[in-house]
Design a protein around this ligand. Structure first.
Ligand code: PHE
Length: 349
């Protein structure tokens, strides 16, 4: 038996005896590593002549190949064995209930804001936006609310402690109406805008929260009047509550930025203990509206002798509560998962 035959036989028996993957790695390095058994024999090639090198080289290769083949074979057998052992010990109960995954819900205000935007867009209104942090000029002065107006008092309004400018003190907007001014200034008439946004007032009880959401509509066109306003509001409400018939009642009111002004009541009845719109003889206040005061048009760079303006404002929480039966206003902003799971909407993909 040559030295190479002996080497092969002893390597193969080592491999044969080996029973785990870790040991396989050390056997491999004992044979092929830097000072491994094959490596040592290969070193001898250096001292041989050409013919000797060729002969011994070929013999070493045969041995090397055989050892490698056996190592790989054993390696994959051991791998399979260990995998089977693992599968046997790890039990997967496919009948166990799946772990709960929360996908979140669409907040009712988001859902209703989208519904409102869709309806007003179908009437030809374009969405307009403005900042939550306003100044006295846009929030009051430009809207014909003079210095002595009660809404300007600290008691009602959140003034913000940042340096005031020539446009007055800074404050969180108390209504979305300043967007009327921004939108008019940024465009040329005729106008047909709506905006949906948060507004802030120093108020808090079951029916008032310091922050709430308003939707504002503005039309500036030639030859428009209260009849158009009535049509827009009635048809908006019909679409929103998905009813064929619905009556509104306009009650004279006052807003500094509209003249004449009105509060709008919508008709409803009670069926099986629930409010139903489009029938019945009861009335519920739902929005403020009016013909835009000429001073407001002028502040929006509109020729008040040629154009008339119509404006209306709804509370989005109010509309949402009426449509989806939510009673306490504060719950809209409490981020309670249980509330959202009850009143929130599922995503549709
Ligand atoms: N801005 C008014 C408010 O906050 C609502 C309103 C808007 C009234 C537009 C008339 C016209 O009370």
């Amino acid at each position: 038996m040559t030295e190479l035959d002996k080497l092969l036989a002893s390597c193969l028996s080592e491999i044969e005896k080996c029973d785990n993957l870790k040991k396989m790695d050390s056997i491999r390095s004992v044979i092929f590593g830097k000072n491994g058994r094959i490596t040592q024999i290969m070193d001898r090639l250096r001292g041989l002549d050409k013919e000797g090198k060729r002969k011994l080289g070929a013999e070493i290769n045969v041995v090397k190949n055989e050892i490698t083949r056996q190592l790989d074979l054993k390696h994959s057998r051991l791998e399979l064995k260990e995998l089977n052992k693992k599968l046997g010990s790890e039990f997967v109960d496919v009948s166990a209930p799946a772990r709960h995954r929360s996908f979140g819900r669409i907040h009712p205000l988001t859902k209703v804001s989208e519904e409102i935007a869709n309806i007003l867009s179908s009437f030809g209104f374009v969405c307009a936006d403005g900042p939550d942090l306003e100044n006295e000029y846009y929030n009051f002065t430009a809207l014909n609310m003079p210095d002595h107006h009660p809404a300007r008092t600290m008691h009602d309004t959140f003034y913000v402690n940042v340096p005031s400018s020539e446009k007055g003190r800074n404050l969180l907007r108390t209504h979305t109406s300043p967007i009327q001014i921004h939108a008019m200034l940024a465009n040329t008439p005729p106008h047909r805008f709506f905006s949906i946004g948060r507004v802030y007032r120093s108020d808090s009880d079951a029916t008032h929260t310091p922050m709430f959401t308003q939707v504002e509509g503005l039309v500036v066109e030639k030859n428009v009047g209260f009849a158009h306003l009535k049509w827009i509001i009635t048809n908006f409400l019909k679409k929103f509550f998905a009813v064929k018939d619905l009556s509104i009642r306009l009650r004279p009111s006052f807003f500094p930025f509209t003249e004449p002004s009105a509060e709008v009541d919508v008709s409803y009845g009670i069926k099986d203990g629930e409010m139903v719109f489009g029938c019945g003889d009861k009335w519920l206040e739902i929005c403020g509206c009016g013909v835009v005061h000429p001073n407001v048009l002028r502040h929006g760079n509109v020729d008040a002798d040629k154009y008339q303006g119509l404006a209306f404002g709804f509370g989005v929480e109010r509309l949402t509560s009426l449509k989806y039966g939510i009673s306490d206003l504060r719950e809209y902003f409490e981020s309670d998962d249980r509330w959202r799971n009850t009143f929130g909407f599922q995503h549709v993909s």
